[in-house]
Design a protein around this ligand. Structure first.
Ligand code: HEM
Length: 415
């Protein structure tokens, strides 16, 4: 007698969208672990009028890695605003190779390890200045008082504009990236913020055409695509992406970083006693608290891990469960400050891998070193609500209120 083995049906999670999920919002990363261990691959019947296509989730490291690398099968076109209609493009994020490659090749040199290393003295001095203002106060909300201000100030420096109106820029990033679908169903608030960012960048671009300098906008004006300069739309799309991708992500990682060190005094003490651990700490923070989830769509019918994916279906590849997958990392749900090797994919994988990874790493490392030099001992304010927010793209905390004894703050060494 022969028996035929029926393929296991792919599990369905009814109405699941990670950015709307209560359990993820309340339990955070352990909930991603539970979902991955229970159903590493699943379908969701969540639909919105703007996104009626079937939705597939892949949570294992290998699957996420393979999806991100296969840009021929899993396309990024049109998916930078996955849940509302927007006239604004993010370049080169929403292009697939070979078109993507042309733009990406132009951007890479401005964010190379050497170029970024040259920025270190400026980045360190901006960071130190912000922490020196906070240290005597004995308390701060890391998010509002530091995490948003630091990368925004660095980026303003790279644009070559004075840091006059930090609060306005921060509020645009907030409205563009953190307004929920429920609060803004037709995307009007997000669209207004995106327009304001474009107008701001447009004014700088016009100025640099007339008065070039040694800033990122002037440098972008020297780039060539098929022998011609970027047109205004392309330049706007690139600056818009750099602005959002560079600020929101670093700010979010800083929130997780200081929450971790506040809640884990042994790790904090190790950093205070041996700041050379900061580089491996950054990698482990990026792995353990991976913040980004990617959306792609299938360019043709394909079966992957038993899923009958059809052309146009959406595929979601969240990095958090992938980077905490025990088949890829020993003791994956344990935080090891000196973990090596650490082949996390917190910056993505394949052609779209983060162009700003060297800058991000430097900003995080400098923040850890400078903060712990000036404020080595601190705790989260009791009963604080950290306001975990799971976005379609970035997961972040809204508040990390810390307090410390001002008597413990060492005097600045200057320089
Ligand atoms: C800790 C901070 C950061 C994290 C975790 C992060 C993560 C990522 C990830 C996962 C991607 C891939 C997206 C995809 O595959 O669709 C990406 C792309 C990108 N990131 Fe970052 N990023 C960070 C900081 C930055 C910074 C500081 C900049 C620049 C100033 C930047 C600029 C970009 C750009 C332009 C892309 C698009 C690249 C492309 O499509 O070719 N990011 N980032």
């Amino acid at each position: 007698m022969t028996s035929t083995v029926e393929p296991m049906p792919v599990p369905m999670r009814h109405g699941f969208l990670h950015s709307d999920d209560d359990a993820l919002r309340t339990k955070g990363y352990p909930e991603w672990d539970r979902l991955r261990d229970e159903t590493p691959v699943f379908e969701s019947d969540y639909r919105t009028p703007g996104s009626p296509q079937p939705l597939w989730y892949f949570l294992d490291y290998d699957d996420v890695y393979n999806i991100l690398r296969d840009t021929g099968l899993y396309s990024s076109e049109g998916f930078t605003h996955p849940d509302y209609e927007s006239e604004y493009m993010m370049i080169p994020s929403e292009f697939d190779p070979p078109k993507h490659t042309k733009y990406r090749t132009q951007l890479n040199p401005f964010f190379s390890p050497n170029r970024v290393a040259q920025l270190e003295p400026t980045i360190r001095s901006v960071c130190r200045g912000l922490i020196e203002e906070l240290a005597p106060l004995g308390r701060a909300d890391v998010i509002d008082d530091f995490a948003l201000r630091f990368p925004t100030s660095v980026f303003m420096g790279m644009l070559g504009v004075p840091v006059d109106d930090l609060e306005t820029l921060i509020s645009w990033v907030h409205q563009s990236q953190h307004t929920s679908h429920a609060d803004d169903p037709d995307g009007r608030i997000r669209d207004a913020a995106d327009r304001a960012i474009h107008e701001f960048m447009g004014v700088i671009a016009e100025d640099r055409k007339a008065h070039p300098g040694d800033d990122i906008v002037s440098n972008l004006l020297t780039c060539r695509i098929d022998g011609r300069p970027f047109n205004d739309g392309e330049l706007g799309g690139i600056l818009y992406l750099l602005f959002l991708a560079g600020l929101d992500t670093v700010a979010s990682m800083l929130g997780w970083t200081f929450m971790h060190f506040a809640q884990n005094p042994t790790d904090r003490q190790r950093i205070v006693e041996d700041p050379s651990l900061s580089s491996s700490a950054v990698e482990e923070l990026l792995r353990y608290y991976s913040i980004v989830s990617m959306t792609r769509h299938a360019t043709r019918d394909v079966e992957m891990r038993g899923c009958p994916i059809k052309k146009g279906d959406r595929v979601i590849a969240p990095l958090a469960p992938a980077n905490r997958d025990s088949t890829a990392f020993p003791d994956a749900t344990e935080f090891r400050i000196d973990r090596t090797p650490n082949r996390h994919i917190a910056f993505g994988a394949g052609p779209h891998r983060c162009v700003g990874s060297h800058l991000a790493r430097l900003e995080l490392k400098v923040a850890i070193e400078e903060w712990h030099r000036l404020i080595p001992d601190y705790a989260i304010t009791p009963d604080a609500d950290l306001g975990l927010r799971v976005g379609m793209f970035v997961t972040s905390l809204q508040h990390v209120p810390l307090r410390w004894e001002t008597g413990t703050v060492p005097a600045s060494t200057g320089g």
